[in-house]
Ligand binder design. Structure first.
Ligand code: CP
Ligand code: NVA
Length: 306
């Protein structure tokens, strides 16, 4: 199938990613100035959510409406996907009716299998492996506040999860150094680490990872689907809380990001989202703008009149 997909940051070139971030900033400005921009009139995005979501659902749905199109929310509970219709069959049928499909799922192979059978672009709205749309928003937020991230040092603290894997891909694509501090046994996926080579260093000490860093980020200790491990993780990850004292070790102009939802008192201290170094609310808003840029890039413009 010839459609262009966005399952990972590696599906775009570094130049395309930089252009997407810039475009996200332009689309944000258009919206702030109240300018109507509807290149996706009559276009329809299907959104399959196998896991919960607030930001991803809202930003894609609002984004499609703002671009002149529509979005349809689909869950396995109410579709034949929940009753065992093969993913490939669902992809063939859905992609004959829709102009793009966003999927939030467990196994990353669900996305690759859907994409292999889809005529239209497929977007990864989070899998157990990756969360590339969140990285578009994170990179836009840093760019807005501090300019290019090229050559900077980024610290990822906590679980080597889907967000961490996407930070590894971002380190390669946006050209920055990444330090990951995690407990033993919770390292990011070896496949991503091997690709990144010496661009990424894994260590145990959050203090060493944060020292002099320009961007610090973390995420929940228990991701969706890992609920049975929550108690054990809560104990193990205690030394990995990001708080004001830890950020004091970073560069003076450090930016703190959290993809949200956050668990105050666990991976971040109670007050951290209110710390002047945190840009988590801008980051959340930027999901909207960055994904509008992605939709504009992937989805064909409006039909001709008959
Ligand atoms: N950050 C993020 O993807 O949030 P949601 O789970 O609310 O979509
Ligand atoms: N790592 C988290 C991210 C949520 C946006 C999860 O997968 O649940």
């Amino acid at each position: 199938m010839s459609a262009r997909h966005f399952l990972s940051l590696m599906d775009c070139t570094p130049d395309e990613l930089v252009a997407l971030i810039r475009r996200g900033m332009e689309l944000k400005d258009l919206r702030n100035r109240g300018v109507l921009f509807e290149p996706l009139k009559n276009r329809v995005l299907g959104m399959i959510f196998e896991k919960a979501s607030t930001r991803t659902r809202l930003s894609f749905e609002a984004g499609m409406i703002q671009l002149g199109g529509q979005a349809i929310f689909l869950s396995p509970r109410d579709t034949q996907l929940g009753r065992g219709e093969p993913i490939g069959d669902a992809a063939i049928v859905m992609s004959r009716m829709l102009d793009a499909v966003m999927i939030r799922t467990f196994a990353h192979s669900t996305l690759t299998e859907f994409a292999a059978n889809s005529r239209v672009p497929v977007i990864n709205g989070l899998s157990d492996d990756l969360h590339p749309c969140q990285l578009l928003a994170d990179m836009q937020t840093f760019q807005e506040l501090r300019g290019s991230i090229k050559g900077k040092t980024v610290a990822w603290i906590g679980d080597g999860n889907n967000m961490c894997n996407s930070y590894i891909e971002a380190a390669m694509q946006f050209d920055f150094q990444l330090r990951v501090a995690c407990p033993e046994g919770y390292e990011p996926n070896a496949k991503f680490l091997a690709l990144a080579g010496d661009r990424v260093q894994v260590m145990r000490s959050p203090q060493a990872a944060v020292a002099g860093a320009h961007l610090v980020s973390t995420d929940v200790w228990t991701s969706m689907g890992q609920e049975a491990e929550a108690a054990e993780r809560l104990k193990l990850f205690q030394p990995y809380q990001v708080n004001a004292a830890l950020l004091d070790l970073a560069a003076q102009d450090v930016v703190f990001l959290h993809c949200l939802p956050a668990h105050r008192g666990e991976e971040i201290s109670e007050e951290l989202l209110d710390d002047p170094r945190s840009a988590a609310w801008d980051q959340a808003e930027n999901r909207l703008h960055a994904q509008k840029a992605l939709l504009e890039f992937l989805v064909e413009p409006a039909y001709h009149h008959a």
